[in-house]
Design a binder for this molecule. Structure first.
Ligand code: ADP
Ligand code: NI
Length: 219
């Protein structure tokens, strides 16, 4: 198989696997991340097959929906790529991207670095920002039955990941605890530029949100 055929086969596989997936992690999320990846990769010295496969397979089995098991995604992607007889060094790299892409902080994130991971991670983070990011956050909040906003529960920037998972923080808090921090954690120049535009849109959204909440709109 040549590279375009490998990509095409992967698209078909991912579409099938993600049928019926939750709306924030469905095929359209993958397609957007794939598009972001190709755009960012135009100006980065990276292996294009690796970044495209990384983007397409990065949420193939999200630990969030698999009892917290972080190893399922890389394993599943690896098994699929082996069937296509993709070179083993490409497979290993793609598996590392999937294993290390999430915003987790701590030692886990530091364990693997590559320019290809940086591109796919930026591409994935961009989809958590801007208008799409806002839609995904409230979609996820609804899925988890969270409040939209509660002035009595302020965002907690120092909350540990474990506590965070257990608390039912309102979705607005997620902007301060994660989304507004992402623009300073982008790795590529293109990613930074795209993130800044989406960041500003979220700031405007929040400003308008509080004005409406407080009944202080002038019109
Ligand atoms: P991805 O799987 O794309 O790497 P995540 O799984 O961290 O990213 O999050 C997927 C989407 O769900 C993102 O848009 C993110 O903002 C949103 N999300 C994750 N956790 C929360 C939360 N606690 N409240 C609201 N939205 C959330
Ligand atoms: Ni993702």
């Amino acid at each position: 198989m040549n590279n375009p055929e490998i990509i095409a086969a992967t698209v078909t596989y991912v579409q099938k696997e993600l049928e019926g997936a939750e709306g924030g992690h469905d095929w359209f999320h993958i397609e957007r991340v794939w598009n972001n990846t190709r755009r960012i990769a135009q100006t980065e010295p990276v292996d294009h097959l690796v970044v495209e496969l990384g983007a397409l397979l990065h949420d193939i089995a999200d630990a969030k929906f698999h009892g917290g098991d972080e190893s399922i995604g890389p394993r599943k992607a690896g098994q699929f790529l082996e069937l296509l007889q993709v070179p083993v060094e490409v497979i290993d790299h793609v598996k590392n991207i999937i294993a290390h892409i999430s915003f987790k902080g701590g030692n886990f994130e530091a364990a693997f670095h590559s320019p290809e991971l940086a591109v796919v991670r930026d591409a994935d983070r961009l989809d958590a920002l801007g208008a799409i990011g806002i839609a995904r956050a409230f979609h996820y909040g609804g899925f988890k039955n969270r409040e939209i906003y509660n002035p009595a529960i302020p965002p907690d920037l120092n909350m540990s990941r474990e506590t965070y998972k257990k608390t039912k923080a309102p979705t607005i808090n997620h902007f301060y605890e994660k989304l507004l921090l992402l623009k300073d954690r982008m790795h590529t120049e293109t990613g930074k530029r795209m993130a800044l535009e989406r960041h500003r849109f979220m700031e405007n959204f929040l400003e308008q949100f509080y004005r409406e909440w407080n009944g202080s709109l002038s019109a």
